[in-house]
Write a protein that binds this ligand. Structure first.
Ligand code: AP5
Length: 198
């Protein structure tokens, strides 16, 4: 059984974390938790947190680590010990370190899955979503560039962080959705062999 697998998805904007996260979570029988979705729900509901982070998200900047850690501890709840697919967290080495030292509230991941796609595909996918879904941080190419730059500066160091811990798999996120899903499920099964939960 792939019980209690804790997996984090790391990849640039538009790499498919939010699309493939639920596929992986369903395969593993654990919850999928997207920090971007959580934050957008706060913004849409007009909570104090949502009012605080709305402009940060629209500018394509990162929400401060301390706020994010509170959001994730709150969202994980019981899932922390039952397993999870976390999408969008950690996004900085500080967040990864908290996830490793966080004890029962935030147990460390077993595996980090690094999804890769070329920058031009990022721009194509996000421009399309801006038209179809109206996400404000997709609408301006400069904001997309800022998200990519912050990804390289703040998030990419996580690749070495997890590789050093022998807890990294890299998967090509370009190509048809079903092909990416197959590559991901293959890669994860090889790292955590066993029968998927039904
Ligand atoms: P978040 O929502 O996590 O934004 P992101 O990382 O920029 O990721 P995206 O949602 O744009 O892309 P994705 O990789 O999930 O791809 P998706 O599957 O959606 O975070 C938003 C903001 O919140 C951040 O900028 C930051 O401000 C803040 N935040 C969140 N977490 C934080 C943290 N931990 N610390 C600090 N701040 C934080 O796909 C994108 C599009 O492509 C979709 O339309 C999809 O349908 C399409 N697509 C996917 N796969 C394919 C495919 N194979 N072929 C064709 N199209 C595809």
């Amino acid at each position: 059984m792939l019980a209690r697998v804790r997996l984090v998805l790391v990849g640039p904007p538009g790499s498919g974390k939010g699309t493939q996260g639920p596929v992986l979570a369903s395969h593993l029988g654990v919850p999928h938790i997207s920090t971007g979705d959580l934050l957008r729900r706060h913004v849409d509901s007009g909570t104090a947190l949502g009012r605080r982070v709305a402009e940060v998200i629209d500018r394509g900047e990162l929400v401060p680590d301390d706020l994010m850690i509170d959001v994730v501890v709150d969202a994980l709840g019981d899932a922390a010990t039952r397993g999870y697919v976390l999408d969008g967290f950690p996004r900085t080495v500080t967040q990864a370190e908290v996830l490793e030292k966080g004890g029962s509230a935030l147990p460390a991941p077993d595996l980090a899955v690094h999804l890769t796609i070329p920058d031009e595909v990022v721009h194509q996918r996000l421009a399309k979503r801006a038209i179809e879904e109206g996400r404000r941080d997709d609408a301006d190419p400069e904001v997309i560039e800022r998200r990519l730059r912050l990804y390289r500066e703040e998030t990419e160091p996580l690749i070495a962080h997890y590789r050093d811990r022998d807890a990294l798999v890299t998967v090509d996120g370009d190509g048809p959705l079903e092909d990416v899903s197959s590559r991901l499920l293959d890669a994860v099964s090889r790292q955590a062999p066993g029968e998927p939960r039904r």
